[in-house]
Design a protein around this ligand. Sequence first.
Ligand code: SF4
Length: 294
Amino acid sequence: MHCLNLKITYDCTNHCSFCFSNYMKDISISLKNLKNAVYQGSMNGCNELVLSGGEPTLYPEYIMELLSMANQLEYKKFIIQTNGSGLSNNKQLVSFLDEKAQNTEVCLSFSVHGHLPEIHDDLSGNHGAFDSLIRAMGNIAKTHCHIYTNTVINSKNSMYLKEIAKLLQQYNPEIMQFSIMHLKEKSLLSVSLTDSVNAIKELKGIVDLDVLKTEGVPYCLLYGMEQCVGESAWPSTLDLYNKENDYMKDFRQLDYGMRNKMENCDKCILDKICMGVWTEHFKEFSDMKIRPIG
Ligand code: SF4
């Protein structure tokens, strides 16, 4: 697949301290330019559209218009990354997505920070965020849409990944992703790469390995669970539309210094498909002295 990731807003109902787009909240993006980007994506060969943010459901009319337009172009799959706020009580948007999902693949990717309101609301900086998320997942579970989830591992939830998985299994997610947090500066929420990976490994036997996915963990750290490396399921090419008139074709995290690999990774049989670790974790990763696979 060739994917276009469209940021439709940087505004959000939540205030997660580890959100990478926190500092961009004042940037607004017009529907006209978003539509131009969808058109440009189609001309570039994109066939998958991701709507992200901020919180895209703050603009339900944008979602409906952009998906309707993309449906008439060559796009075959839609993913909306959401905290669920706009799907908990907007029946019109939920029925629109349900109708679309009857002839196109529509996936809702929910951000889940914890299995209890105390943890999820605290990390979201928004009292009531957990109730809203649960209502939204319940609404979407009754439609033809697919459910994905993403949990960023941090010091407040790393000991509860099993409980989070058990909560999410009620909604039958097709993908349950656990991501390594990447923050430029260490914070009270930071967890080491090793502790995060160990917490993920404990999910073996609890979550189907075809459903369990990771982000930020290379194959060599997931011995016996290699199919869980989420990056291997990513589209082969990614275009990004981050803000007005800023269309980036064929974006690669490795090229932009967001990721890093060891010098001897060129001896690994998985080198070509591996995206390494987030740069913030590179020192810890290289200190592990991992030998290339193969
Ligand atoms: S390419 Fe490097 S980082 Fe990736 S799996 Fe192989 S040894 Fe690990």
